[in-house]
Design a protein around this ligand. Sequence first.
Ligand code: BDR
Ligand code: CA
Length: 326
Amino acid sequence: MIRLVLDCDPGTDDAFAIMLAALHPATELMAVSTVNGNVALPHTTENALRVLDHIGAQVPVFAGADRPLVRADLPIPRDVLNADNPKFQVAELALPPSRTPVQDVPAVRMLIDTFLDPANADVALVAIGPLTNVALALEQEPRLAERIPRLVLMGGAHVGGNVTSTAEFNLWADPEAARAVFTAGLREIVVLPLDATHSAPLTWADCDAFADLGTPAGEAAAMFLRHRIAQDQTPDGLKAEPSAPVHDPLCVAYLIRPDVITSGGAFPVTVETTGELTLGQLIVDTRPWSKAPVTATVAFSAAVEVFREVLMEAFAHDLGTGPTPP
Ligand code: BDR
Ligand code: CA
């Protein structure tokens, strides 16, 4: 059984990751922590609770940082950031309001207690939002760098960006936190950047396949994916068919099926925190002769067939009735 803690900012793709981790037979989702990111913290927390209640999973949710490590807010205000596509990030996921309350322990405390506990030496940390909670936990308890066996994160882009031409949202939203995490001396960091997630987009056919499962997770996944495809801003001419990347669950899929990653390598990796045009850029030093220490493994491409298979395996499960027969 692969045990994990998920640090997230739901977000429809975070919702996919929560459902995958909570429902796949190979994973045990021990806790969810939330962070300011796609939407403000009260909404990311409510959304995480909604998703878990919707699928009937009993996983504790802990609220974390409501702003970046050193900045008052995102590098540019959210309404300015989303001005060209205001419908993409909805504050509240279209699921019934949560019934389960958030835990009264702060997320950073939960992360420290979980990873200091020797009984949790096998537990992976999966971070799919801005890295504020992870950076705060490492700052307050530096021994975590040795205790977290592996950190798998969605963030950055080796080539290009999404929020700016050079930066991806999760690293850009709190670049100082991201830099702190990459320089903390963690035992293993695996980065799934846009290069990998964009190489495995899901399609309308996947919406139908999820809906046909007839489970709460399948129906929610179909709804979220339809929204993502409808709002995707990639010009049609650049896509073989209507599709959208679903970034965050690729991290969980990687834990279950490492072969979902089809290329990548181990490199010196850091994050730009001061550049005028490059704030939040993931810097991957691919020079073979580089003398800088290797700090992370970076994925460059992914296999959509494997990704799809893992998602279908998980979303077929209805915790009320067990797995739905094919
Ligand atoms: C990442 O940013 C967020 O908008 C998504 O949830 C994902 O974690 C993609 O850049
Ligand atoms: Ca996210």
